[in-house]
Design a protein around this ligand. Sequence first.
Ligand code: NDP
Length: 283
Amino acid sequence: MVPDFLLSLTGSFAMPAAENPTVAMMEAAYRHHGLPWLYINCEVAPENLADAVRGARAMGWRGFNCSIPHKVDVIRHLDGLGKSAALIGAVNTIVRRGDLLIGENTDGKGFVQAMKEVIDPAGKHVWIFGAGGAARAVSVEMALAGAAKITIANRGAERGLEVVDLLNRHTPAKAAFHAWHSEVSIPAETDIVINATSIGLYPHTEQRLNLDVASLRPEMVVADGIHNPPRTHLIRAAEARGCRVLDGLGMLVNQGAIAIKYWTGIDVEVSVMRQALSEIFDA
Ligand code: NDP
């Protein structure tokens, strides 16, 4: 039997499959469930994206992932968007439905799925650092999961205010902007603190959020979207303050599991995927 193909179009890394964390994680799930699928990573330059999507159609791929820098540009080559992908304005997962290629965004959904294992976002006050693609995805899904109040703290005002406007117009959450130019103290009534910036991402692991860690209270849940390394400075500082923490592997694993569900209809065992990542990141 010739397997369907599940491929990933990425512009951000080109490495052998054995060293590519996403490939290792997805294939671990396929192996565990005895699924005859392949997940192949292809490095695609921006100028070749249209041809790559045309190729995916021609070859009958079941779907594919897109990473930076393709998450927004790929939209014009697709036939439609899922509801939250349309709100977020970016897609990371493309699903073939009949003859159509539909864009979905599983980054924020994966984050919320991981978060629900620690705390239910419904009714909570949430503080999010960042206003890029990850922050948009996470904030929209946290809002759709019932978060009552969301504060977006960002260095750049334009991007920050755009996310706040998006949340206030299109979700039930009440959103506010914090212009983040100096050390910030997290308000005591905050339930969940999230780093959705790229601060701390390998190799810049020494970078720290401009945050007064003494303002983190033990009742707060602190999450980091950075998965490499999983134990970021923020995660370690929050643990030292007695907070419950959620590392970036939770988001990575769950966004992948949701993508597999879209492509195959199968609920995969996320612990197997997390284990594959833990071996790579020594977490
Ligand atoms: P973007 O480039 O779109 O956004 C980056 C964000 O980080 C912006 O808000 C930017 O602020 C902020 N930022 C960067 N450097 C600094 C700094 N020195 N000081 C203050 N703010 C800073 O990236 P994405 O949103 O797409 O991705 C962000 C991170 O999320 C990535 O590093 C990635 O690792 C992670 N991610 C994790 C996933 C997972 O599955 N675990 C999935 C997707 C993303 P400004 O607007 O002012 O420039």
